[in-house]
Design a protein around this ligand. Structure first.
Ligand code: ZN
Length: 265
């Protein structure tokens, strides 16, 4: 799918980085008398897209967080920020985490490096202050997601064997499904049910895996919970060697999920 290639990622990465520094500088310092956002403008909401820097460069040249953030340019009234584990304070200093309305998380190989103190802060932000948390694919084993679920969060099996999937909109009236129709992903890492999480309050997206031998198997693709004051969404696709986060359907789901997960004030 040629149109999914990251032609504008590099440029967007620099824009994001520059905006990120400016915003961090503003929130870290005292209110600035000449800063436009202090002149009565409505505060933009903030989504932080976090990843761990392990995605292959041929698919995600500046890691997965940058491509997800690029897909979120469609959000109106939002600051879209990127963060990564190799940045100071693992990308989430207090000033940034405390202003995030939604935190999106993609991790796989470096879950164990995430500091428990950071997980504590994320848990507090979600449960006590209503920050939304979106866990993507292999982040089912991410420390903050496991903390929020309170269960092992394991699937029965994990197979990247050429399986494809039909993603099915199970709850068409749910905000995360807005504008979305059933669609296919030509490749997916198959995560076999059961998924050891609390019973979701909504399964927005279901799926039917089609295995290389022609047999089919059901698997849930998008699930919602409320944890304390915060909303949590888990999305099953998003394996790092596939181009899922360039695809318009996945980008629409990410867009809708951010708006759904934001605190309702
Ligand atoms: Zn994977």
């Amino acid at each position: 799918m040629k149109e999914h290639k990251p032609t504008s990622s590099k440029k967007f990465y620099h824009v994001l980085t520059r905006r990120g520094f400016l915003s961090v500088g503003f929130f870290a310092g005292a209110a600035c008398a000449v800063c436009p956002v202090s002149l009565g403008a409505e505060r933009k909401r903030t989504v932080v897209v976090w990843s761990e820097g392990t995605a292959p460069k041929d698919v995600y040249p500046h890691d997965i967080n940058t491509v997800i953030a690029e897909g979120l340019k469609s959000l109106s009234g939002w600051d879209v920020r990127i963060a990564g584990i190799d940045q100071p304070e693992q990308g989430l200093p207090k000033d940034l985490l405390n202003t995030a309305d939604v935190l999106m998380w993609w991790g796989h190989k470096r879950h164990g490096e995430v500091k428990d103190e950071l997980v504590d802060r994320i848990e507090r932000r979600v449960k006590e202050e209503g920050m939304g948390f979106i866990s993507l694919h292999s982040s089912h084993f991410a420390k903050p997601y496991k903390r929020l679920m309170g269960t092992p969060c394991s699937w029965r099996e994990y197979k990247a064997d050429g399986t494809s999937v039909r993603v099915i909109v199970k709850l068409p009236d749910h905000p995360i499904a807005k504008g979305l129709k059933n669609f296919d992903l030509p490749k997916i890492e198959r995560y076999g049910e059961p998924f050891r999480v609390p019973e979701p309050e909504a399964v927005v997206l279901d799926g039917i895996y089609k295995k290389p031998d022609g047999t089919e198997e059901p698997g849930r693709m998008g699930m919602c919970w409320t944890v304390g004051k915060g909303r949590v969404f888990y999305f099953t696709p998003g394996h790092e060697t596939y181009d899922d986060f360039y695809r318009p359907e996945v980008r629409l789901i990410m867009h809708n999920a951010v708006e759904w997960a934001a605190p309702k004030i």
